[in-house]
Design a binder for this molecule. Structure first.
Ligand code: NAD
Ligand code: UD1
Length: 338
């Protein structure tokens, strides 16, 4: 059984990916410092898969502890690296935290594996690297734009670090997955998103408003040049996203296929407006959402949705859940945790 390290494996996307890895027969070791997650997630994972993953509580900024970890687990075949800080606004007010936590940790991990004979690495990147792309849907060939925030910059620099390292580390194969907008929760309601404080993202704000934690949702702008005036995004069910990691990993560990560095867009290929997301929520929850239109949010792109042809054809992966299914899972999760 191949042993896979999942850094940040107790977080939102990480925990769903651990489940899919275990279901696919991989043995999982999780590193997490619990800065944005809780140990209870381990029980949720075990209840779904029947397997308790190995967990090492460790801060990847602690270089010595990371070195010791890799000495203990010298039989790891692949790494899925989720551990990072992800609040865009906080990255503007505390850029050094982001450069340290998102980049120094990546460097430390790569230093431990760059001499290995055969190691696969999956990186959590983001569609934010494209900024406001000129053409929709966005293909992997779309130019990378100047990042809006230090957070976005860490994803761009992270990809550059990986590309340069993979060039010289002959045993290292890297796939960078550029996620569009992950939403929803595991259908079992055992794991899901646990936003810290007031959610900045649309879907947790919607579910928290519906459950009564927030008074109303503010819709940021309705005079964008889109059909209904609100921004368009590509919302992907987190379980579909988790499965994309397993498929990408299999491409590297199972197949003889050897690459040094590849990128794939991971989205549904379908754009939905903010009002369409609200409508979907109202449809599946059978209740009206309290919302009002307010001014635009600074830094928002008008539209971003993926051309997923590359992932569909080369990886053989495709998102299967609808927006309604993802919204229903988000709503069930919100009801369970309150
Ligand atoms: P999350 O915060 O839920 O998960 C990240 C996990 O990493 C948390 O459990 C946290 O405790 C852990 N962690 C953070 N710093 C660490 C450190 N120094 N050492 C050990 N553990 C550490 O975030 P998520 O939404 O699951 O995102 C996972 C990855 O995907 C991140 O790299 C994020 O930037 C990227 N991403 C997320 C989104 C999104 O919308 N959620 C979109 C694009 C990319
Ligand atoms: C945000 C991040 C981006 C990250 C992505 C996925 C910013 C500027 N960008 O982008 O870096 O990769 O999440 O995690 O934060 N909206 C409202 N009201 C709200 C919240 C959101 O109308 O209370 C709208 C936004 O204007 C946007 C859409 O909903 O049009 C989605 O917003 P959000 O969930 O924050 O995702 P992104 O803007 O795509």
């Amino acid at each position: 059984m191949k042993k896979i390290l999942v850094t940040g494996g107790l977080g939102y996307i990480g925990s769903h990916t651990v489940v899919e890895l275990q279901l696919a027969g991989f043995e999982v070791v999780i590193i997490d410092n619990l800065s944005n997650s809780s140990k209870d997630v381990l029980q949720g994972i075990e209840r779904i898969t029947g397997i308790m993953p190995v967990f090492e509580e460790l801060d990847l900024r602690d270089k010595q502890a990371t070195i010791t970890f890799f000495q203990k687990y010298d039989d790891i075949s692949g790494i899925i690296h989720f551990a990072a800080s992800k609040a865009v606004g906080e990255s503007v007010t505390n850029p050094l935290l982001y450069y340290e936590n998102n980049l120094s940790t990546l460097i430390t991990v790569l230093q431990q594996i760059q001499h290995k004979k055969d190691i696969s690495f999956i990186f959590s990147s983001s569609c934010t690297v494209y900024g406001q792309a000129e053409m929709m849907p966005i293909s992997e060939n779309a130019p990378i734009q100047q990042a809006f925030s230090p957070y976005g910059n860490t994803k761009q620099i992270g990809e550059e670090i990986l590309k340069d390292t993979a060039k010289i580390a002959k045993g290292l194969q890297v796939i960078s997955l550029r996620y569009f907008n992950p939403i929803g929760a595991h259908p079992s309601t055992e794991i899901g998103e646990l936003p810290d404080g007031v959610p900045q993202n649309l879907v947790p704000f919607i579910t928290q408003t519906a459950i009564g934690l927030r008074n109303e949702l503010s819709v940021f702008g309705n005079d964008y040049p889109t059909e209904d005036g609100t921004c368009i995004r590509d919302y992907i069910h987190v379980v579909d996203l988790a499965k994309a990691h397993v498929t990408a990993l299999k491409r590297l560990v199972d197949n003889a296929y050897k690459t040094s560095f590849e990128v794939f867009n991971i989205g549904t290929g379908k754009g939905s407006s903010v009002l369409e997301v609200i409508e979907s929520f109202e449809r599946v929850s059978k209740q009206q959402l309290n919302y009002k239109i307010v001014g635009k949010r600074e830094g928002d792109v008008i539209s971003a949705y993926a051309d997923t042809t590359k992932a569909n054809t080369i990886l053989g992966w495709k998102a299967t859940s609808t927006l309604d299914e993802a919204m229903l899972s988000a709503w069930k999760w919100e009801q369970k945790i309150r």
